[in-house]
Write a protein that binds this ligand. Structure first.
Ligand code: NAI
Length: 300
């Protein structure tokens, strides 16, 4: 068990963000804007270039709206260092992991992080559904492992769901809560059960929308319009699934299905087929809808 005192939130000066995709790039932006030095790591150099471009344009939009000075924007961008070697994270106070939703791959990374980072570092995962307790068990510091679940896109969405693993210490929980508040988020706390709070409730709805489409109940547009105007959701479940990533939705449903053992969580075959076909949603330009320019397919 880890016995080192974890840093106070005000002392969290250096943050490692692993995975520079949709989530990691937004999380890096938030940490940099809060004044932290950020090491952003991805195994794919192209993802790092895309992340830097997306962070610059996201902060640039705040400048053009008068919500951020050009100097503060430039300083935030400068605070982000893109790296390709996990060794560069050895001095950080907090690591936020946002790589692909695979327990095996995440566990391997946590073993490496445990070996490399300083003993007091907190290791957080942005997993949508994987057990924090099991990720923590791959390390020698389970009291310093915690779930920090952001929502997409992180700079806009106000929520962070914090998940306590079986051994997460009270101190680490309160450090991460304070840090989340420092970067402008509202915190909810979940115990470590499959899907935590939000995905436990959201993913069955998304899956049901796929079943409705698959069984011919209605068109994708009518399913989404129905849920938007009938339940006052800002976007329909199929469009939301495209924004989340269909691969992420499928992974979460499999975790719910395996972990809770109820067939109601069994992923709809249409969702499985889209993922098999590489239709992963907005990030790939094609999911339930097409996001490609000049596409004949209707956008939501
Ligand atoms: P993404 O596919 O956009 O990005 C993942 C990035 O991780 C890619 O750039 C990939 O190159 C990199 N990567 C994969 N394996 C790696 C490794 N071993 N080392 C370093 N980099 C690696 O995925 P996204 O959507 O950003 O999701 C990331 C995590 O966040 C997942 O665990 C997902 O469940 C979770 N999440 C996703 C949300 C969403 O709406 N997409 C919302 C909340 C959590």
């Amino acid at each position: 068990m880890g016995t080192q005192a974890a840093p106070a939130a005000s002392e969290i000066a250096a943050v490692g963000v692993i995975g520079a995709g949709q989530m990691g790039s937004g999380i890096a932006q938030l940490a940099a804007a809060a004044g932290c030095g950020v090491f952003l790591l991805d195994s794919d150099p192209a993802a790092l270039s895309r992340a830097v471009a997306s962070i610059s344009s996201s902060l640039g939009r705040l400048v053009s709206k008068g919500q951020l000075s050009q100097a503060a924007c430039d300083d935030s961008v400068k605070r982000i260092k893109c790296v390709s070697d996990v060794q560069e994270l050895r001095g950080v106070d907090l690591v936020i992991e946002a790589i692909i939703e695979s327990e095996d791959v995440k566990k391997k990374l946590f073993v490496e992080l445990d070996r490399i980072t300083k003993p007091s570092a907190i290791l957080a995962s942005n997993t949508s559904s994987i057990s924090i307790t099991r990720l923590a068990s791959a390390t020698s510091r389970p009291s310093q492992v915690i779930g920090m679940h952001f929502f997409n896109p992180p700079p806009i969405m106000k929520l962070v769901e914090i998940i306590r693993g079986a051994d997460t210490s009270e101190e680490v929980f309160s450090q991460v809560k304070s840090f989340s508040e420092r970067i402008g988020k509202t915190v909810i706390c979940s115990q470590d059960y499959p899907g935590f709070i939000v995905n436990r409730i959201l993913m069955p709805m998304i899956n049901e929308a796929f079943w409705a489409l698959y069984t011919g109940v209605a068109t994708k547009e009518d399913i989404d319009t129905g849920m938007k105007l009938g339940t006052n959701h800002p976007m329909g479940p199929l469009q939301l699934a495209d924004f989340i990533g269909l691969d992420v939705c499928l992974s979460v449903l499999r975790v719910l299905h395996n972990g809770l053992g109820d067939n109601k969580y069994s992923p709809c075959p249409l969702l499985v087929q889209y993922v098999d076909a590489g239709r992963l949603g907005k990030k790939r330009g094609l999911g339930v809808y097409s996001y490609r320019r000049n596409s004949s397919s209707v956008k939501p």
